[in-house]
Design a protein. Structure first.
Length: 356
């Protein structure tokens, strides 16, 4: 039994079952036993590999995108470059290296990283030690000083807690984690809810519905709508809202039981991009996309970038670059499932990569 399971059991014994969003939050971000708080989950020896860890091209192209947006914003003397959940700091390091060629932009940037994990924060400090720009760390977006913003969140939103509801004969119930026969198990809250928006009453018993209420998205969108700028949200997910259970646990590159290793497996849920766009718009921001990751990276010029890198590469390196290009853009790899949504200040107008 993991230390976090022991803690969750005692919570359930005294207070009753806990909702799925609370369970997810405890598993990922518990201050002592949370998955991200206690380890570096990335890379070949970790549990999963993210786009910036696949290839430097990913961060470089996002850096170039940020530079174009900065020009659209009027080439300001100061801009906050915010990253939510920066992992090992690889994306930001690659992005900043790529924009060194634009000294005015490089000089305008101050980096703000939002990170809950002390382990990853230390890795980010190392990755950005020679970046040549001021870097500050924050627990939440609220802490970042005001000002025009360019932001990026790669595989961050999938780690934010979701709520789940399950249909029974008497209506919809909040889905929770409780104890059944002394084992952690999914249970339905005893009281049915009156109804759910958009549900016609014809969905079968047992259907699961997910809802996300992403506070970081609301805060970021509000900031962008009021103070200017744009953000890229990159993640795996779907463009339209729908029914179904998308919660998954991954441990050592394999799917694991959702309730089996609390705190020791990565828990994520597919991002409902329609819901994220809706939150952003309610805060006064405009949204662009979502585009598939493959399409977005092609529009930013990933093929030309790969060709340039290959020009100075050994045969083995060239093969690795081709493999990384396919991994990031091919429809049967990350190219289709991963999507890119931009949240922007309506005053910016058409946005690089989306409308041009
Ligand atoms: N963007 C990185 C890492 C993705 S993993 C990459 O692409 O490689 C998710 C990241 O979000 C980790 O850095 C994790 O520690 C951080 N994180 C998860 N939940 C968070 C929260 N509620 N607040 C801030 N950071 C969080």
């Amino acid at each position: 039994m993991t230390p976090l399971e022991r803690e969750i059991r005692s919570m359930i014994e005294t207070d009753g079952p806990i909702p799925v969003d609370r369970y997810m939050e405890l598993c990922l971000a518990h201050p002592r036993h949370g998955y991200y708080v206690t380890r570096d989950p990335f890379g070949a020896r970790g549990d999963f590999v993210t786009a910036p860890e696949v290839s430097q091209m990913f961060g470089e192209l996002i850096g170039a995108w940020a530079a174009v947006v900065w020009q659209q914003m009027g080439a300001l003397e100061r801009v906050h470059l915010i990253e939510l959940g920066p992992g090992r700091g690889t994306l930001m390091a690659d992005a900043l290296r790529a924009v060194k060629a634009l000294p005015k932009f490089h000089a305008a940037v101050s980096v703000h990283l939002v990170e809950v994990s002390p382990v990853l924060r230390e890795m980010q400090e190392k990755a950005l030690a020679n970046a040549g720009v001021p870097v500050a760390w924050h627990q939440g977006i609220e802490e970042i000083p005001d000002g025009p913003t360019i932001a990026i969140a790669n595989e961050f939103v999938d780690a934010l807690p979701i709520s789940q509801f399950i249909k029974d004969r008497d209506g919809w119930h909040v889905r929770m984690v409780g104890l059944v026969d002394d084992k952690l198990a999914f249970v339905a809250a005893p009281d049915p809810m009156l109804g759910l928006v958009g549900e016609t009453g014809t969905t079968p018993v047992g259907t699961i519905l997910e809802r996300r209420y992403d506070r970081p998205i609301s805060l970021l969108s509000r900031r962008i709508a009021r103070q200017g700028g744009a953000a890229l949200i990159v993640d795996y997910g779907h463009a339209e809202s729908g029914f179904g259970d998308t919660l998954q646990a991954v441990r050592e590159h394999k799917f694991a039981g959702l309730l089996e290793h609390p705190g020791e497996a990565d828990l994520t849920a597919q991002v409902d991009f329609a819901a994220v766009a809706d939150w952003a718009q309610r805060q006064g921001a405009t949204t662009h996309g979502p585009l598939s990751q493959g399409e977005f990276l092609r529009r930013l010029g990933i093929e030309a970038r790969a060709a340039r890198l290959k020009a100075n590469a050994t045969e083995q390196q060239a093969a690795d670059i081709d493999a990384a290009l396919a991994r990031l853009t091919a429809p049967d790899q990350m190219g289709e499932l991963f999507k890119v949504l931009a949240i922007a200040d309506p005053k910016l107008g058409p946005l690089s990569g989306f409308d041009t």
